[in-house]
Design a protein around this ligand. Sequence first.
Ligand SMILES: N[C@@H](CCC[C@H](N)C(=O)O)C(=O)O
Length: 364
Amino acid sequence: MEIAAVTSTVSVAPQSRQLVNALSGKLGSVSSLSFGFFEKEYCFKSSRLRLSASASMDAVTAEKISPAASFLDKRENGVLHFVKYHGLGNDFILVDNRDSSEPKITQEQAAKLCDRNFGVGADGVIFAMPGVNGTDYTMRIFNSDGSEPEMCGNGVRCFARFIAELENLQGKHSFTIHTGAGLIVPEIQDDGQVKVDMGTPILKAQDVPTKLPGNKGEAVVQAELVVDGVSWNVTCVSMGNPHCITFGKKGGPSLKVDDLNLPEIGPKFEHHEMFPARTNTEFVEVLSRSHLKMRVWERGAGATLACGTGACALVVAAVLEGRANRKCTVDLPGGPLEIEWKQEDNHIYMTGPAEAVFYGSALL
Ligand SMILES: N[C@@H](CCC[C@H](N)C(=O)O)C(=O)O
């Protein structure tokens, strides 16, 4: 290997002249060496080399280090290593938190990291934590505003792929995951897609939660919600987290979701007094009984390109309103999800992609 530049003067103890010779032997030629203890790094044409002398000065070791590793060594405190994933453009910072049941960063730090101008940029931060009550793992998530939701459908697909990467697992695998919405079971398929048993929907108004009175038993189905003086028809469904689903205004035409001014109307649903825990809102267009199209305004994250729990909730709403079959393709701005609300077990199954897009280290 040829030395391109020596970054600093090497010092060697006077009694260790033989060390200088050894060093010269390893490096070929070093133009200037003075005396004293040394552990120095050298820049070579294509890599860096760290040279160390042992305390007894009887050995010289040369360890090749990559530029990235040497940078991270110096920055280890106050740095968060992460992998960024997305599920149909719903993007998350995934943190390996398997060694602790406390998230490695605070909700305030998560909000800063999610900022698309001043941070990494993401719809949320997800922590892979030790399981509880016999589950394999626990998933916690902070929204981009720092609030903590109970569940995240696209996030749990990313979580499954993240675990497979951390554990070096190939092919088909399923995991039991404890979440704020209870037990969730994602299964990585042979083609890399992730099929998730999302559990059962919650329809009882006070458990969604919504203050709208139940009008179909205890469920709120196609009920009137006045938003800014305009009456909408809504159905309320919880997938562990709250969803308000609308197919349009009362007495109005079917929704054309591309025409909506989401940043204007979305926050009015999210913060409506009828939703004591705020709400996610799905605006839905029926393309056929097995094909729905939606745009979402997420609680704590705003307009996102996809929402897995939302896609599940809207299929439940569409079935309850008699608009669709139990098995549908849901088109989201970021792409399609396959959703099935099975009659046999009342569980909802969601199938879709999850992709790693980059590895990073964020300064906290
Ligand atoms: N995008 C997620 C939902 C994330 C949580 C949501 N913003 C909430 O506050 O409930 C999904 O894919 O389900």
